[in-house]
Design a protein around this ligand. Structure first.
Ligand SMILES: Cc1cc2nc3c(=O)[nH]c(=O)nc-3n(C[C@H](O)[C@H](O)[C@H](O)COP(=O)(O)O)c2cc1C
Length: 261
């Protein structure tokens, strides 16, 4: 199994997204698979200009072919059996870097003329050697709320349906800054919990090679909540009258919510 992971973090190898992918890669190679992580931040990726030059030629050549690295990254994707789209959450969505790259796929097929996808949706052609592959999504953010990752998760659900690409798994790591801080911190209990999560990413890589997806048990540990909010606080925050006092308390105790270098 050859797996290509597209890392959409602007922090590249310094980021939490890479920390997760690196562990998954260890699991993939330990199980006999090939792992190829592409840091999009290390590549020059121009924005699609919607000029439709790609639609005017028989070869669907983009104006940026040879002038940026998108075609190079496409090659990594073509060679893979399975793709991992990995992104930090930036303002409630995937990073503009990953989105910008995905938009460049537009140039690879004729968009004129409708077709019906296998999932029964009206669409246009896309280069299925890129977009039609089984894939998983990895979404990383610092906030602890479910809502933070919802848009990105939904994006990949829709992507899967229009591209007829099996969405084999989805992993999200909320409270990533707190998790990273615990990994490198001095609180032994927190460190142990953080390492357990890290080990689950290695297991996720193994699962991908062996099963072609990620088992429920692996997902449960990998997505384990990292910042625990007391039950009464979770309850009380839904009652407006308690919010000012809770807000003051949260600010005072504030755990690591914002990424640190
Ligand atoms: C421009 C920007 C916007 C962000 N927006 C959010 C957000 O909406 N919600 C959130 O939980 N984290 C947000 N974050 C934090 C990142 O998602 C978080 O630090 C993540 O771990 C980054 O991944 P990385 O370390 O691999 O780059 C944002 C960070 C940046 C730089």
């Amino acid at each position: 199994m050859h797996i290509c992971a597209l890392n959409g973090s602007l922090r590249g190898s310094r980021g939490a997204t890479h920390k997760i992918l690196q562990s998954m890669g260890m699991g993939v190679t330990a199980s006999g698979g090939i792992w190829d992580e592409v840091h999009l931040s290390e590549h020059k990726i121009e924005s699609c200009r919607a000029c439709n030059h790609c639609q005017n030629t028989k070869t669907y050549k983009c104006v940026f072919d040879g002038r940026d690295d998108a075609a190079k990254v496409f090659k990594h994707m073509v060679d893979a059996d399975l793709l991992v789209y990995a992104s930090p959450v930036y303002v409630f969505g995937m990073s503009s870097l990953l989105k910008r790259f995905i938009e460049r796929i537009y140039s690879r097929a004729p968009i004129e003329g409708a077709l019906l996808t296998k999932s029964g949706l009206f669409f246009h052609a896309t280069d299925r050697s890129l977009t039609g592959k089984p894939f998983m999504s990895v979404v990383v953010c610092d906030n602890m709320e479910n809502l933070t990752v919802r848009n990105t998760k939904e994006y990949f659900r829709v992507f899967s349906r229009f591209m007829d690409a099996p969405h084999v798994a989805h992993l999200e790591r909320r409270s990533a800054a707190a998790w990273m801080a615990a990994l490198g911190g001095t609180d032994e209990k927190a460190q142990l919990r953080a390492e357990k999560v890290l080990t689950a990413y290695v297991q996720a890589g193994q699962d991908l090679v062996i099963k072609g997806s990620i088992s429920k048990g692996t997902k449960r540990v990998a997505e384990q909540k990292f910042v625990q909010v007391p039950f009464l606080v979770r309850l009380a925050r839904h009652i407006p009258v308690f919010r000012p006092a809770l807000d003051a308390e949260v600010r005072k105790r504030s755990v690591v919510m914002i990424g640190t270098e």
